[in-house]
Design a binder for this molecule. Structure first.
Ligand SMILES: [Zn+2]
Length: 268
């Protein structure tokens, strides 16, 4: 479907999420015993009914621009194997990107990988605030509450930001099977990078296909670095986790590596 989404006055006078829209996030293993905590900011591809798919065809929301393909299933499988607390965010990254600081120009993108997003063009400040208040704020508030609870109860936390990346971008075929991303704190990242490379069958990116910085990223600087938590951002190539078999294989591999690294990571 094309065209503008809705009259702006009408849109801001109604709540963004209606009674039939799903919850902003799902928590898996709320009483998990693992020190690992998994965050999946881009797990979902939903759009609130009031926003009419942002004026996009479902095929666009199904592309990598709409969500991190495969990461929801991978995160769930890994959380189950580790008995780890995990959270997945339900709504499309095109609605609002929960791994962007609020000041980022791509928080609510007007264009993504060549696709114009009709429902994001010309938003008022009130419409932007509505997206932040409905999605970004409660999602991160819930993560903050869990991380506070663990700190107050002296429960150790090893934080993993789960993402996936598209195999080709701007005509470039990305050679990596996975990427380990970090900013200034390399404790978890360098250990995981080495462990993945030691697997022998993987090409692993070192801050590739993306690097992390405080202007373009939210979870690493805010939930990881600002709290002093041992953390890493992991990117898995989407064709490797597009189906359940691939998701299980990666969950099995990551469980094995995480369990091997756990003791030394808890001492860092
Ligand atoms: Zn992502």
């Amino acid at each position: 479907m094309g065209g503008r989404v809705a009259d702006s006055g009408l849109q801001t006078s109604l709540p963004l999420l209606g009674v039939d829209d799903p919850a902003v996030f799902t928590v898996h293993n709320p009483h998990g015993t693992s020190p690992f905590v998994l965050l999946a900011d881009h797990a979902g591809q939903r759009v609130p009914a009031a926003l009419n798919e942002l004026g996009l065809a479902q095929t666009e929301l199904d592309r990598h621009i709409g969500w991190d393909i495969g990461i929801a299933g991978t995160t769930r499988a890994l959380a189950q194997r580790l008995d780890a607390w995990a959270i997945e965010q339900t709504y499309s990254r095109l609605l609002i990107d929960c791994n962007r600081p609020l000041v980022s120009p791509t928080l609510i993108p007007e264009v993504s990988d060549g696709t114009a997003i009709p429902g994001n063009i010309g938003l008022s400040d009130a419409q932007r605030e509505q997206r932040i208040a409905a999605i970004h704020a409660p999602y991160h508030a819930h993560i903050n509450a869990e991380l506070d609870r663990r700190r107050d109860a002296s429960i150790p936390t090893l934080l993993v930001m789960m993402h996936s990346f598209t195999p080709a971008m701007n005509g470039f075929q990305r050679p990596w099977h996975a990427g380990v991303l970090y900013h200034q704190d390399t404790r978890f990242a360098h250990a995981l990078l080495q462990a993945l490379r030691d697997e022998g069958d993987l090409v692993v990116g070192d801050n590739q296909p993306y690097s992390v910085n405080t202007h373009s990223d939210y979870a690493v600087p805010v939930h990881g670095e600002a709290r002093g938590l041992v953390h890493v951002e992991l990117e898995i190539r989407q064709d490797l986790i597009a189906d359940a078999a691939g998701q299980q294989a990666w969950a099995e591999r990551l469980e094995r590596l995480f369990r091997t690294l756990q003791t030394s990571l808890l001492q860092r």
